[in-house]
Every structure is written in structure tokens, then in C-alpha cells.
Design a binder for this molecule. Structure first.
Ligand code: HEC
Length: 433
């Protein structure tokens, strides 16, 4: 046919490579030969003993060996067929753009489904690839600075939602000179941690009041820089060489803690969460900022299934986007970032058509996204306050819902991490407009 006759030699070779090995006459699909390599590459980072702990999102089973995996064969087929696993919530439109994308190819999905359909056979042990030596402990390797609370904090029995800011003074030993943060990784100290945001402040900055940073005010953030955050499903943050978030000798770091649990006798817990940093003392070419696009003044009507809220920012300097992180609470059902360029064109930057509160993902660009001055970026959220969604997720749909800290209120924060294209331009951080 027309399309085929125009196929180039290179195209024909690529097509051959894409055919799964079992279809090319290599015998039946087996665990050792076909399945284990897929699990190693796409699943074991989470599905193993001591796998990724993303604020309590810990994969409940290990897929390191045949014995461990076999009982889950049917569940694996189901999870990969509907693309629930590996977890990735951005739409096809941005396939291959983000560094931390975790998706399977159609050929890989097909291999897993065929393996399960044909009896989930083990195969010849000699076919198995070498086991991956997963490092335990910090994903970043050996941190340069490790910070914990001055003393453990007790989250009382009667607490359900609590915002508590805990400030740590940086000692001479921890930070002998001004530096720039390039890697940041949290370890929640208990399972009542819902999220953590870390802010660095220069010496002499007044301590931040509890929950102040969640009120959408720019005042509380004055003079501070956000280092990063942890919420269920977030990954550790790494910046490329040439980029860094400034942190000052003699300054402080505040852990803005959000604790969340059911209140009740015996539910109290001690927490002491930890923050690990990779730093450089050599000034990078560009400083990095983290801030949001938000609207804030919204009210979602009771029982409304599709209430849209949007905020926008217009940038007057050339910008580089490093990551995007949409943040809503229980009722958020979809999020979208769109760039409207000065030449009149527009581009979808990120769309999460089925936003999942349990997976607060940050989307890290493989290459910084260049945003020319004059671009307006719009951040939209759709909330589902319907009875049906309430039954599924667990909230009260009869309430009108506004912006607020507790998970039973809502947020509409379009976080983004950025640097200026011209290193001489100032990194300005305010909480949206
Ligand atoms: C980023 C971490 C991560 C990766 C990568 C990942 N998983 Fe999971 N997986 C989880 C977590 C966490 C759960 C627990 C379910 C939840 O709370 O959403 C889970 C649950 C599951 C379940 C159980 C679903 C159910 O029916 O309850 C299956 C099956 C599964 N994963 C298979 C896979 C397979 C196969 C891969 C690779 C192709 C994979 N996962 C990759 C984190 C991960």
C-alpha cells in the first residue's frame, strides 16, 4: 500500500526491533527471559523491600523474584492494561517530555499480558538478567547536609489536620559558607505526615507562624526561598549542574509540616522528619526559584461535578521552566497548564486528565522549557464535588468549598520551578496573582 511502499529501510529495521522477542519465534513468554527485564526497568524502584517511600506511598509488594511476583500475575495484567501501573498521570500529549515519566510501551504491556494469559511461566533460570543492586537509603547517595527537628514533635490524639512550622538553625558545621542546593530529599518521620514544604531563610529572618505559608499570602514568604516539598507520590528533586537554590550561612530552614490523621484515643504519634540536601559552594550560573500560579478566590458549589477554576501569570522576562507540579486536594479531578505565547500561538504544557490526590507528582522537564517574555501561562483545575465522587473518595459534597489548608478544603496551586534565561535577571518569587 501507499504508506508501506514509502517505508524507508531505517523504518523497516525499527519496526522489526519493536516486535517483542517471543513473537519472533523465541518460544513462549517467560518470567526470566521476558518479564523480569521489564520489572527491573519499570517497577522495582518501588516494588521491592525498602522501595521508594514517597510520603507513605510505598508499594505493598516486591517484584524482585519469580516467587514474589507469581501470586500477583493477574493483578499485574489488570494494572498495566488500564495503565494504572506504573503510575503516571500526565496525558499522551506530553509523552517523552518529562525526565521522570514512567510508562510502558505497547510492546511491553503486550508481553506482560501474554505472559499472564499463557500461565505466567517461570522459564529457564539461566535466561534471567543479573539482579539489579538497588541502593538502600537516600536516592541521592550520601547527602552533604542532613537536617532534623531540634526535638521530636508529638502529634496529639485529638489532632486531625495540623499545620506546624518547625525551624532548624543551620550550624557553622552544617553550613560553613553560603551554598546552593542541587538535590533535596525528605524522609517523613512518621505515617501522620501528609506533606512537608521546606523553606530556607537568611540570618535574622523572623520565624514563620504555623500555617502562614498556606494562607496564600506573599508576606509570610518574604525573604524566604522554597527548597522543595514532599507529599504522597512525590520524587526527590535534583537540579542539573549550573542550577541551584541559594541557602545562606547562619540562616535557618523551616519544615512546614502538614499532619493529617483521624482524631481518637491512641492515635497520637511522635514525628521527627528529615531533610537531606546535596549542595555546592560554587555559585551556579543560574539561581532557581519555586512558586505558584494560583487564583485562590473560588467557591465550589455543593454537589457540582465539574467546577473549573483558573489562574494565570504573564511573564515579562524570558524564563526557563524546570518542573511543574499541580496541587489540589480531594476534589481535584483534572489539571492543566497552557502557555499562550506572545506570537498568538498556544501550547499545552501539562494535562492530568485524571488527577489523583494520592499521587502528588512533580513533572521534571528533561530539558528546561523555554518561555519567552510576554507569555501568559494559565493553570486550570476542575473539581468534582459530586455525590458519586464523594462516595468514592470520602468527603462531604453538601458543602461549598473554598481555598484552605485542611484536605477537606481545596487548593488550586500550579507550582513551577524556574530559572531566568538571562542569568542577570532577578529570580522573583511571589505566590501568584
Ligand atoms: C513510583 C512507584 C511505583 C512504580 C514505578 C510501580 N508501582 Fe505498582 N504500586 C505502587 C504503589 C505505591 C502501589 C500501592 C497502590 C496504591 O496505593 O496506589 C502499587 C500497587 C501495584 C499493584 C496492585 C494494584 C492493585 O490492584 O491493588 C500492582 C499489580 C502493581 N502495583 C504493579 C506494578 C507494575 C507491574 C509496575 C511496573 C510495570 C509497577 N507497579 C510500578 C508503586 C509503584
Amino acid at each position: 500500500m501507499h504508506a508501506l511502499s514509502k517505508m524507508t529501510m531505517a523504518g523497516a529495521i525499527a519496526a522489526c526491533v519493536a516486535v517483542p522477542s517471543w513473537a519472533a519465534g523465541n518460544g513462549p513468554v517467560t518470567f526470566t527471559k521476558d518479564v523480569l527485564p521489564i520489572l527491573q526497568e519499570n517497577c522495582q524502584t518501588c516494588h521491592r523491600e525498602g522501595g521508594k517511600n514517597m510520603s507513605g506511598m510505598i508499594a505493598p509488594m516486591s517484584f524482585m523474584t519469580y516467587q514474589e511476583t507469581r501470586p500477583w500475575a493477574k493483578a499485574i495484567a489488570k494494572a498495566v492494561e488500564v495503565k494504572e501501573m506504573p503510575p503516571w498521570h500526565a496525558s499522551e500529549a506530553t509523552h517523552d517530555i518529562f525526565a521522570n515519566e514512567t510508562t510502558l510501551t505497547e510492546a511491553e504491556i503486550d508481553t506482560l499480558l501474554t505472559w499472564v494469559k499463557t500461565g505466567a511461566k517461570r522459564g529457564n533460570p539461566a535466561d534471567a538478567p543479573e539482579p539489579v543492586e538497588w541502593r538502600s537509603g537516600w536516592i541521592m547517595g550520601e547527602p552533604d547536609v542532613i537536617l532534623s527537628f531540634p526535638e521530636p514533635f508529638f502529634v496529639e490524639d485529638g489532632t486531625d489536620d495540623l499545620y506546624k512550622n518547625i525551624t532548624v538553625q543551620l550550624t557553622e558545621e552544617q553550613l560553613p559558607q553560603d551554598a546552593w542546593v542541587q538535590g533535596i530529599e525528605f524522609l517523613p518521620g512518621s505515617d501522620v505526615v501528609h506533606h512537608i514544604i521546606a523553606y530556607a531563610a537568611p540570618p535574622g529572618t523572623e520565624a514563620m507562624g504555623d500555617g502562614e505559608d498556606t494562607e496564600g499570602s506573599n508576606e509570610a514568604l518574604r525573604g524566604r526561598v522554597m527548597l522543595g516539598g514532599l507529599a504522597p507520590g512525590t520524587d526527590a528533586r535534583f537540579l542539573d549542574d549550573g542550577f541551584g537554590i541559594p541557602i545562606k550561612k547562619g540562616g535557618s530552614v523551616t519544615f512546614a509540616m502538614h499532619y493529617h490523621k483521624e482524631a481518637g484515643a491512641g492515635t497520637g504519634q511522635w514525628d521527627n522528619s528529615t531533610l537531606a540536601l546535596k549542595i555546592t559552594t560554587e555559585k551556579p550560573e543560574r539561581e532557581v526559584g519555586i512558586t505558584t500560579i494560583a487564583h485562590g478566590a473560588f467557591e465550589i458549589p455543593p454537589y457540582h461535578a465539574e467546577w473549573a477554576v483558573s489562574g494565570a501569570k504573564t511573564f515579562d522576562k524570558d524564563l526557563m521552566l524546570i518542573s511543574l507540579m499541580p496541587h489540589t486536594h480531594l476534589r481535584g479531578s483534572a489539571t492543566k497548564y497552557t502557555a499562550f505565547y506572545p506570537d498568538g500561538s498556544s501550547e499545552l504544557l501539562l494535562h492530568t486528565p485524571e488527577y489523583d490526590f494520592n499521587w502528588q507528582r512533580e513533572y521534571f522537564y528533561k530539558e528546561p522549557k523555554m518561555i519567552p517574555a510576554g507569555t501568559r501561562i494559565e493553570f486550570e483545575i476542575v473539581y468534582d464535588n459530586s455525590q458519586e465522587n464523594a462516595d468514592k473518595i470520602g468527603f462531604d459534597p453538601s458543602r461549598a468549598v473554598k481555598f484552605g489548608g485542611p484536605t477537606t478544603d481545596e487548593m488550586d496551586l500550579g507550582w513551577y520551578t524556574f530559572a531566568m534565561q538571562n542569568p542577570a535577571d532577578e529570580v522573583e518569587i511571589e505566590a501568584g496573582d
